[in-house]
Design a protein around this ligand. Structure first.
Ligand code: ADE
Ligand code: ZN
Length: 331
């Protein structure tokens, strides 16, 4: 219909996609064969279910499947192919700019060297720019359920790769792993010139305290998810005033949270917060950029207008971490 066509044609930027969350059961199968490694059970199950999707029902069960499936990623070529697979799909959906999360510790902790991971991703970034015209940079996430020392060592590993890693983030299991645990790592990252963001999802921890720490103690440049900030007028005023962006993910929310959070997203947007729509782990939640925007736009009671859809996408370009010169070219 005309709404689908409108969204498909809208120029888009993606600021919250995990590269390892772009690993489809099909690609996992190809890589397992190529590397002669056993197909993880999670992938076997995903390939045999009628809906051909991975099986999980909340963040913990999602993360278990997510980490087990990525053992098929071994060589730089695998990381390259994973990123190109996603970037090709993004390009088909008129995504012009991507800032892609990746989880190096999920690979280095099982013996894959850091430079193997980043060199594979980097060659895809360059190829996508050259062949598809998609501008792309990488955001390195620390796994918050691992130690701050491991995160700091990973930050040191990243220093020679500042040409393609634009910022750092924090993901994985949020419970018991507050932003404060990584204060020193994020301070060093700031001094090294990295932009900084963190996953903060009230549904995982039951309070807004992690959002507060990220904003007030760490001083992040963006918040990933963070939608429940809407409950705290003071913090909403802070993100508005400091123009701190929120990268929200409707379809992901509908799987790992109580709700897809459309109401909160639109309330924040209409209050002038820099809210954006993203796809998180598209191969797992089975929704890329267009499907996530459509999920929001189709919710009748939200009454989202086309002008607002343009505004949401404009926010994404505005809060992106591309240079202001290229940003002006997009806007
Ligand atoms: N790592 C990859 N996807 C994630 C998500 N949705 N939440 C937390 N950590 C993640
Ligand atoms: Zn995420």
């Amino acid at each position: 219909d005309s709404l689908t066509t409108f969204i498909a044609h809208l120029p888009k930027a993606e600021l919250h996609v995990h590269l390892e969350g772009c690993l489809t059961p099909q690609l996992a199968q190809t890589l397992a064969q190529r590397n002669n490694v056993p197909l993880p059970n999670s992938v076997k199950q995903a390939s045999t279910t009628s809906s051909s999707g991975f099986a999980f029902h909340d963040l913990s069960s999602f993360l278990a499947v997510y980490y087990s499936a990525m053992t098929v990623l071994q060589t730089a070529a695998d990381f390259h192919d994973l990123a190109m697979d996603y970037l090709t799909k993004a390009h088909e959906q008129n995504v012009l700019h991507c800032e892609l999360f990746f989880d190096p510790q999920a690979h280095t902790s099982r013996g894959v060297p850091f430079p193997t991971v980043v060199s594979g991703y980097r060659s895809a970034v360059l190829q996508a720019q050259r062949e598809l015209g998609v501008s792309t940079s990488l955001i390195m996430c620390f796994l918050r359920d691992m130690s701050a020392e491991f995160a700091m060592a990973t930050l040191m590993d990243a220093l020679p790769f500042k040409d393609c890693i634009i910022g750092v983030g924090l993901d994985s299991d949020e419970r018991g792993n507050p932003p404060r645990k990584f204060a020193e790592v994020f301070e060093r990252a700031r001094k090294e010139g990295f932009m900084r963001t963190m996953h903060c999802d009230v549904d995982q921890v039951g309070s807004i305290e992690h959002i507060r720490q990220a904003l007030e103690e760490i001083g992040v440049d963006r918040l990933d998810h963070g939608t429940n900030i809407v409950e705290d007028a003071r913090l909403v005023e802070m993100v508005r005033e400091k123009r701190i962006g929120l990268t929200c993910c409707p379809i992901s929310n509908s799987v790992v949270c109580s709700d897809f959070k459309g109401k909160e997203i639109m309330q924040l947007f209409r209050q002038g917060a820099r809210v954006t729509i993203n796809s998180d782990d598209p191969a797992y939640f089975r929704g890329y950029a267009n499907e996530n925007v459509l999920r929001l736009a189709r919710e009748e009671e939200l009454k989202v207008t086309r002008k607002e859809l343009v505004g949401l996408m404009k926010n994404a370009f505005e809060i992106s971490w591309i240079s202001s010169w290229s940003r002006d070219a997009f806007l």
